[in-house]
Each structure stands twice: as C-alpha cells, then as structure tokens.
Design a protein around this ligand. Structure first.
Ligand SMILES: *Cc1c(COP(=O)(O)O)cnc(C)c1O
Length: 547
C-alpha cells in the first residue's frame, strides 16, 4: 500500500507548476490566475474601489493559525482575492490620489516569469540573462539621464528608500573610509532639503549616522532647497569638524514636485572641496525616484511639439525637462519604476555614475565561501541584500521595451496635460487657489476658501503673516472636511477620488499648510474628469459653509 504521505505528495504536486513540459498543467496554472481575476472582476463597480470600503479586523487577524491540513488551491484563491476588497484602484480614471503606478500588462508578465523560475540576482550563476537584464536596464536609464553606461553601474533594491540608503552608504565610505570594516566613528552629516523624503531620516538612522545629523535645509516657495542656506549648513558642519556623508538633492519632491537645482548644488560641492580643503569629495546623491521619468523629454522638440500637447503642457514639460537635465552631475541617483514608471512594487534602481564607487562596499571574498565560485557578475559582493529578486528588473525592462521613449512621453505628457487642465479650471474659480503654483508636473496641490475670502492675497498672507495663524488653521480644517466629503462621494461612485496632505509645507512662521491633492498618473485619466474635481470640491465647500 502507498504510504499516506505519498498520496498527499502527489496531490500537492498538482499545486506547483510542472517542472517539465506539460502544456495541460500549464493551462491549469494560467487558469488559476484567470479564476482569481474573475473573482476580482466581481468586486468592480463605477467607484475607484474594489468591493466595499472596509475596516480591517486586526483582532480576527491575530487569531490566525496554520491550518492543520492542506487547502485545495480552488479554496485558497478566494481567500487571496478577499485581500483586494476595499482597495482603491489607482489606475481608475476617477482616481487621482497619490503617486502610485498602474502597472502595464508587460510589467506584470515581467513579474510573473521570475516569480515562476526564481532567479536570484545575487550572482549570475542563478539566472544569467536575468543578471544581464539588470545591466541592460541600468544602461538604458544611464543613457536616459546622461550617465556614460561604460562607466556607470546599477542595481535594483528594496524601494526608493533603499536607493537613498545605498547613496548615503557610499558617501559615508568616501568621507570616512573603512567604516564598512571598522565601524562608524561618528562625525557624519547628511544635507538635504526640508522637503526631501523622510526616507533620508530612516537611512541615516539605520546607517548609524543618526536622524539628528540630517540637516533639513529650508526651501523657497518653489519647494526647492534654498541654496544660500544649504551652503551655510555645509560650511557650519565642516567648521564643526563634521564630515558630509552625502548631499541629497531631491528632484521631484513627493508632495509638490519641487526640483532642487542640482547644477548649483554640484557647483557648491566643488567649491566646498577647494575652499575648505576637504580630503574627500562629499557624495552628491539625487533622489530622483519620482522625477527621473521626465528625462524622456530632455531631447523633445518643444518648438515643433510633434506629439501635439497644449501650450500650457509644453511649457510645463519644458520646465520639468530643464529641471531634470542636470541629473548626470549626481554621483548616484534613485529611480522608482513603481512610482512614475508604470510598474508594480517593488521596482527601484540605484545608479552610480562611476561603477568603481561600488568598490567601497565590497565585502571580503573570504567571508562568502560558497556563493561566488563560478560566473562573472556577482553584485552580491557589494549589495546589502543577499537574495535579490529579478521581478523589479523585469517589470522595468518590460516597460522600457513596451513604451520606448515615445510611449513614456505620451503617458507622462498626458498626466501633465490633465494637471494643466485642472490648474486652468482652478484658476477660473475665485474660491480656489493652487498651492504649488511654482512647480510643474502631474500633481496639483490646491486649497478652497469660503466665499468672501480674497484668494488673490490670502495665500501670501497665510504664508508669511503670523497674524493669519488662526485663519490658516481654520482653512486647513475646512479643506480636510472638503476632502472627506469628496472622498466619500467618490467611494460611492460619484466624482473623483483625490488626495489630501496635512502639511505640504510650512508657513514662514512654522505652521503646516494643508492642501487638497490631485495626482494624475493613470493612462485612463480623461479630460472630462477634471471639471468633476472642481465641481465636487466646490459643492463640498458650499455644503461646509452652510453647515
Ligand atoms: C516615495 C519616495 C521615496 C521612498 O521611496 P520608496 O520606493 O517608497 O521606498 C524617496 N524619495 C522620494 C522623493 C519619494 O517620493
């Protein structure tokens, strides 16, 4: 008689893709995916939401236990699909909430293939052509931003936060050589803007530099770092005997799409080396995880405008292209395909202009006795990660091939065109005003005010005059209530889901300024939705004022 475990084993084998040619079983694999998609389809409606809005039951979740016996795949799938219930559909035409990609089919296939065959990018022993794909993507993006791919290097890591960690770590090694072996000796400082992502703080904390040694320099009303203040901060740190582990320039801030003047920061760095007689060159990292994508417009013919964008859009795209153009001056930079590259999480590329910079991170070969016997390409010798998935690489490669430069121009240009339409509509209403009016891009931050408030002057007064503190707070609260109304309407299938930020920046007297946020990224966004945004906000405003 066959032992019991043998019987169960043969059942369990059907739950795996066949390792040898078995087209019938491949059909079962695909069909299982199809069943899942079918069940997701049943959750769809007019609203930019799957199923109904839910409050997760964490109490019930903590009761979970490992099932005693196996569950048939057919019964597992509905439980997985249930996790999508209550989820916002970011690619929905009525969704303008945040910077989240709607993944293309190609990028999904790009994730599925390595998920099935499981290469490990630690070394090219595992999946030679997957490793080559990582090198390919790094070369494509290098050319796009103006790096020389013969000298540059790149690797995919755990998010934009990971790219910052790598940039800062290389900078730490340059400013204090030997830290990898001997440990950190203190004295490091990170310079960035107050609008840099909080991941700068996380990375500094995790590297041991400490969050208190991150100097978040003030910005101007264009949400770009104040260059004089940055220079002051750098000289103060050097004067105190600190080492600048990295200067982080943010090219495309998360909320407002502020773009730091990278060329000026680069010039400042060069000046500091000479003026202060530094024995190291402070590492300059560009956090371009959002902004990188607009590099596709660096060589767009704005005068001829072959894609036929509207005048306002052309102007915005030209401003973005100019802002992003100096990227090649950065020593390293971060790129998130899962933000503005239409790929699923996680797809983040860390690029260095000089591949040799990775040498600062190489561990001793003797500490890794068995991983690197054969093959030629072993990024695992300098990556923080050991096992490294190829899903991010393949999603990125898929989209670069699928879209090409023109496809990216079309999708990103469309996003900016929609944002410009919205800005025009907002400008036409005296109750509304754009907060990030000095920035271009797919994101519009705006505020609504009760009738009678002079929106031509209020913005300036609230920003600079402490006498307006109470009014500002009142208007912050008003805009939050408007957001809540617009959102609950949207979840009921009416209007458009927009976002809200409690603090898109601070006033001169240190008070947070809240704003409604429209972040257009979906290829399915349409002109017709933009007036709906304004209509919904205005009717919510009217309801609030009557209240
Ligand atoms: C989102 C973001 C990050 C963090 O990237 P993750 O991919 O979320 O880890 C860093 N910097 C900026 C400017 C961002 O917008």
């Amino acid at each position: 008689m066959t032992p019991r475990y043998q019987q169960l084993l043969s059942q369990l084998r059907t739950a795996f893709p066949a390792p040898v040619s078995d087209p019938v079983h491949d059909g079962y694999v695909v069909f299982s995916l199809l069943r899942a998609l079918d069940q997701v389809d049943a959750l769809k409606s007019q609203a930019p939401l799957l199923g109904k809005s839910v409050t997760p039951d964490y109490g019930a979740a903590t009761e979970a236990e490992l099932p005693a016996a196996a569950t048939p795949l057919e019964q597992v799938i509905p439980q997985l699909v249930a996790c999508l219930s209550g989820m916002l559909v970011t690619g929905h035409p009525r969704s303008q909430i945040n910077v989240v990609a709607h993944p293309s089919i190609a990028s999904i296939v790009g994730v599925v293939l390595p998920s099935m065959y499981n290469p490990n990018l630690c070394s090219d022993e595992s999946g030679q052509n997957f490793s080559a794909a990582e090198v390919r993507v790094a070369a494509i993006v290098s050319r796009l931003v103006g790096y020389n791919p013969a000298r540059s290097g790149g690797l995919f890591t755990f998010g934009g936060s990971g790219t910052l960690l790598y940039g800062m770590k290389i900078g730490l090694e340059k400013s204090q050589p030997g830290t990898l072996e001997q440990g950190y000796r203190g004295q490091g400082v990170i310079l960035c803007s107050e609008h840099s992502h909080y991941a700068c703080l996380s990375a500094a904390g995790w590297l041991g530099i400490g969050q208190e040694n991150v100097v978040r320099v003030k910005t101007g009303w264009d949400n770009a770092v104040d260059l004089a203040a940055l220079e002051q901060a750098a000289r103060t740190a050097i004067g105190r005997g600190q080492k600048i582990a990295a200067i982080v320039a943010t090219l495309g801030t998360t909320d407002a799409f502020g773009i730091d003047d990278l060329a000026a920061i680069h010039a400042l760095r060069e000046r500091l080396v000479v003026d202060c007689g530094l024995d190291y060159r402070p590492h300059l990292h560009a956090d371009a995880v959002i902004g990188w994508a607009w590099s596709v417009f660096r060589d767009y013919d704005f005068a001829a405008n072959p894609l036929g964008f509207r005048g306002r859009t052309v102007r915005s795209l030209a401003a973005l292209a100019l802002g992003i153009a100096p990227l090649a001056l950065a020593d390293s930079l971060g790129v998130d395909f899962h933000k503005t590259g239409f790929a699923p999480y996680i797809s983040s590329l860390f690029l260095v202009r000089e591949r040799d910079d990775f040498r600062t991170l190489v561990r001793a070969r003797s500490t890794m006795p068995y991983i690197y016997h054969t093959g030629q390409y072993h990024p695992g010798m300098y990556t923080l990660e050991t096992s490294r998935s190829a899903t991010g690489v393949m999603a990125a490669l898929a989209n670069l091939l699928l879209l090409g430069k023109e496809g990216y121009r079309v999708l990103l240009g469309h996003a900016v065109e929609m944002a410009e339409l919205l800005r025009e509509l907002i400008a036409a209403r005296p109750e509304l005003t754009v907060v990030n009016d000095q920035n271009s891009g797919p994101v519009t931050l705006f505020r609504a005010y009760p009738r009678g408030v002079n929106t031509f002057s209020i913005k300036q007064l609230e920003r600079s005059d402490p006498a307006f503190r109470d009014q500002l707070r009142e208007h912050n609260a008003l805009n939050k209530r408007i957001y809540q109304r617009v959102m609950s309407e949207a979840l009921a299938g009416r209007g458009v889901a927009i976002g809200f930020t409690e603090s898109c920046r601070q006033t001169d007297y240190g008070e947070p300024i809240s704003a409604l946020r429209s972040y257009v990224l979906s290829p399915f966004a349409e002109e017709g939705q933009m007036p709906q945004v304004v209509d919904r906000v205005l009717s919510a405003l009217a309801e609030e004022v009557v209240r």
